[in-house]
Design a protein around this ligand. Structure first.
Ligand code: BYC
Length: 325
């Protein structure tokens, strides 16, 4: 329906402007906030960048849950820094989306009342310390796989935000791998925890790339506009190819009986996640959807006095400046 809406909006736009816009995209030019752009391009970016920003913010919840329970002071300091980075990523992305004419408050309200999504992965719980390793290793690993190509996305502010974010995500992935490595090399009970974390996070991580290409409603148009550079399935395959040897190095087993190197294709063959579970989770029925939104709503309500105070201060400063002129 969304794709049809984008097409029907495009039919109402000036064909010459549309052709000139597509020529700029095809020539690899970046589109900047003041440039003319089709309504569908603007809407798609607001949806994708806004959803991405929300994911960064909601993504701090499963990890923040472990800051006070990290096993050593060093692990605590590292996790705290990572969680702060994720919140920062959310802010860069909200700023990038604001250049398209939507405010951060509007996007937040759409998240809080369920009109905007965030990544499915954050609707799964972090039950033990090894889960924090698995999140860094697998979830940040999947995020980087998706975000490195987005550094070349056609919208300038999004592309520039992604360059900065990717640098930090690489550190996040390494800290996760190091944390799960310590568990995998530890006592039999710790190794068991690491395996259990891999068992629970493997398929949800594969889901992060979105539905199979045949069910991806936005990919075709988003790729024509170079908002997306790769299809969901291409990135999922790259992630599997990269991650399986990492699991082998840890002495852990990927929970997939069909996982096998395919010499002819030069890729691993692997089982698809349960896509009905994915669609259920993004409809709001995952294990933690209700808690995540309740936490974000509470944070928004509890922070109202701060926002009001900041606005009152800004108004006072502006009035003092006018009076002094
Ligand atoms: N979760 O047509 P499709 C992070 C929705 S943050 C939820 O393929 P598209 C991190 C999709 O929105 C990671 N919904 O969509 C943070 C669409 O529904 P609507 C976030 C999903 O947009 C903290 C429908 O399914 N990364 O890494 O072309 C700590 C059909 O899908 C998901 C980004 O956001 C999902 N996984 O492709 C650690 C990256 N997948 O909107 C880590 C930027 C699909 O029509 N985003 N849907 O109602 C993208 O690259 C693309 O949006 C996606 C989906 C590849 C995710």
């Amino acid at each position: 329906m969304y794709a049809q809406m984008v097409k029907s909006e495009a039919s109402q736009e000036d064909p010459e402007k549309l052709a000139a816009f597509q020529a700029r995209i095809d020539a690899g030019e970046k589109i900047e906030p003041k440039d003319w752009m089709p309504q569908g391009y603007r809407k798609t970016l607001i949806r994708q960048i806004g959803q991405h920003a929300h994911s960064e913010i909601v993504g701090t919840l499963p990890e923040g849950n472990w800051v006070t329970r990290a096993p050593t002071l060093e692990r605590k300091a590292i996790l705290l820094a990572k969680v702060q980075d994720e919140a920062g990523h959310g802010l860069y992305l909200y700023c990038a989306a604001e250049t398209l004419g939507v405010s951060r408050d509007e996007m937040t309200e759409m998240l809080l009342d369920g009109r905007m999504k965030y990544s499915s992965i954050f609707n799964y719980p972090s039950l033990n310390w090894a889960d924090i390793g698995a999140i860094g290793w697998l979830v940040d690993g999947a995020a980087i796989m998706n975000q490195v190509p987005l550094q070349r996305t056609s919208y300038g502010p999004y592309s520039r935000a992604m360059i900065r974010i990717c640098k930090e995500e690489s550190f996040h992935q390494r800290q996760g791998y190091d944390a799960i490595r310590a568990c995998a090399e530890g006592t039999p009970a710790q190794k068991k925890m690491a395996q259990d974390a891999l068992n629970r996070f493997w398929y949800p991580s594969l889901m992060m790339f979105g539905p199979p290409d045949g069910d991806s409603v936005h990919s075709e148009q988003s790729m024509a506009w170079k908002i997306k550079i790769n299809t969901n399935d291409e990135l999922r395959q790259k992630f599997v190819d990269q991650t399986v040897p990492q699991a082998e190095f840890l002495g852990l087993t990927v929970p997939d009986e069909n996982l096998k190197w395919n010499e002819e294709r030069g890729h691993y063959d692997f089982s698809q996640p349960d896509w009905s579970e994915f669609f259920d989770v993004i409809k709001g029925n995952g294990p933690c959807n209700v808690d995540r939104l309740a936490d974000r709503n509470k944070a928004w309500d509890d922070g109202a006095w701060v926002r009001e105070g900041m606005l009152a201060h800004a108004r006072k400063k502006a009035a003092a400046k006018v009076a002094a002129e």
